[in-house]
Design a binder for this molecule. Structure first.
Ligand code: DHB
Ligand code: FE
Length: 289
């Protein structure tokens, strides 16, 4: 059977991708950001997953105001990095896992979550920056991400957006779906976006360290309490783009301790840094015990 081994949480700031692509990671501004992921890159080498289920949001790249799926699962064999205005990032094409993705779609829809099924889409920084942070740039002689990735896009751009509670419950359904797949696969689930940031209006540049750190504490030790945060609180406290944090609750809901008490998760790594572009960078790795 497939099973979820760990969850990873990380911001997906596009300027982080640009810093890597332009060879700026050693600059004083960026060095402390990338230092926070050095441990994680070793952890990825030590704990290689067979598949990554990557929860992210599209930023009006694959979708637009023409069509706004709340939850969309990628069932394609591959996904091209998107051109976001400066050309596509020089990162590998993302290889999908159509069999597991189709199984998860079947199982989760039967568990009453209505997913949009996407057979073709390009993936923007929301999806490509997290593997860049976690894996570094793959070598030219083997230019590929370490494993297949199932993209799972959540609408956090155009209101109404899904609640944290809904996302947390969806994570639980995804865990049941993975565990009913008849192949022995180690699956990591990643929740991306956040932490506090606001890109527009009079509050542009807003950062809230206190909220972010309280969120990290809750996410680790009391995820049900984190899931109960109403969406208006994210916007007030963490800025208009801070709402991206609801995606972390999908990953958290898929961890074993949520379904089985008393099981605990192990927080293997925690990192927080301000600033990266307009954003507070947060990062966590939780393992099932
Ligand atoms: C920034 C952060 C984001 O999450 C995003 O999607 C775009 C820009 C930023 O901090 O610049
Ligand atoms: Fe974003």
């Amino acid at each position: 059977m497939a099973h979820i081994t760990a969850s990873v949480y990380t911001s997906h700031v596009p300027a982080i991708g640009a810093a890597m692509d332009l060879g700026k990671t050693g600059e004083p501004y960026w060095q402390p950001v990338f230092q926070g992921y050095e441990w994680s890159r070793q952890w990825m080498r030590d704990n290689p997953p067979d598949v990554i289920f990557l929860v992210y949001n599209d930023h009006a790249t694959a979708f637009s105001l023409d069509m706004i799926p709340t939850f969309a699962i990628g069932t394609a064999a591959s996904y091209q990095p998107a051109d976001e205005g400066w050309g596509p990032r020089p990162v590998p094409v993302v290889q999908g896992h159509p069999e597991l993705a189709a199984h998860i779609a079947q199982s989760v829809i039967q568990q009453d979550f209505d997913l949009t099924i996407v057979n073709r889409m390009d993936v923007d920084h929301g999806l490509t920056v997290p593997p860049s942070l976690m894996c570094g740039q793959p070598p030219a002689e083997h230019f590929a991400w370490p494993c297949p990735v199932i993209p799972f896009a959540v609408n956090v751009v155009q209101y109404p957006v899904p609640s944290g509670q809904r996302c947390f419950q969806l994570g639980q359904a995804i865990r049941r779906a993975v565990e009913s797949f008849d192949e022995d696969l180690k699956v990591q689930i990643w929740g991306t976006g956040g932490m506090s940031h606001q890109l527009q209006g009079p509050r542009a540049g807003l950062i809230n360290r206190e909220f972010d750190n309280a969120f990290l504490d809750k996410l680790i030790a009391d995820p049900a309490a984190a899931a109960a945060i109403p969406h208006i609180d994210y916007v007030r406290e963490a800025g208009s783009e801070g709402i991206e944090l609801v995606m972390w609750l999908i990953a958290r809901g898929a961890m074993k301790d949520v379904a089985e008490n008393p099981v605990s998760v192990r927080a293997r790594h925690r990192f927080y840094h301000v600033p990266a572009s307009n954003t507070a960078v947060g990062h966590l790795i939780l393992e099932n015990t």
